[in-house]
Ligand binder design. Sequence first.
Ligand code: IGP
Length: 267
Amino acid sequence: MTAISRCFETLRRNHECALIPFITAGDPDLETTAKALQVLDRSGADIIELGVPYSDPLADGPVIQAAATRALARGTTLDQVLEMLQATTPSLQAPIILFTYYNPILHRGVDKFLEQIKTAGVAGLVVPDLPLEEAAGLLKPAGEVGIDLTLLVAPTSSAQRIEAIARASQGFIYLVSVTGVTGMRSQMESRVSDLLTQIRRVTDKPIGVGFGISDSEQARQVREWGADAAIVGSAIVKRLAEGTPESGLDAIAQFCQTLKTTITTPS
Ligand SMILES: O=P(O)(O)OC[C@@H](O)[C@@H](O)c1c[nH]c2ccccc12
């Protein structure tokens, strides 16, 4: 059983919804990223998504695109991110899911990439632009080294595609709540509730819902619809980037704690 599966099993036993924040590595710098991982870890995060900055983040909205641009402007590289993780993951309780687009993996070579992220203490992987048709080439080697490769279900996916993704995804299933790119929305689409029901018909794997969650009320809504995890990216990345690194760390600590308290408190 992987660290991510163990995490969801413990939460499910306690009838709790996981909080999964996302931040971009290297924004504003890797030293602050290491501190942010520790702050999120002790502020209620159950699992943490860490994005490797990329020049063409096609699935990302303006907030995360800007974070990637700042991180790249500082010269942040995958090797530096992995070096930071290797030094930081031993002090974390929360498993780390690395977010990277497909091209950097292909460029480095699948086996070498997986070996390096495993050594860095990474527990899971999300590749936003990995087509399902090519997923098998990554799922198998990832499973062999104990890395959970989590796949994304889009709200426009057909029933057949949802079933195929649900069966193949490792660790949990990432249900994208709304069509389009990441970014805070004024409200969550009620369609998420139907999609959760539809996915639950074909699998008992945990389902995390992301895209658009901008405050604790929306996170509560997602939990009440039955999600096993609320995933929050842009709203965290935005707070971390405001003011000084220290004030940004304080802001995400408070916001993360509020989110976790809200989704844990029985409504
Ligand atoms: O930013 P939002 O709307 O809170 O959505 C989470 C999202 O940021 C995070 O899970 C993520 C960051 N980059 C991605 C690319 C594709 C899918 C998901 C992501």
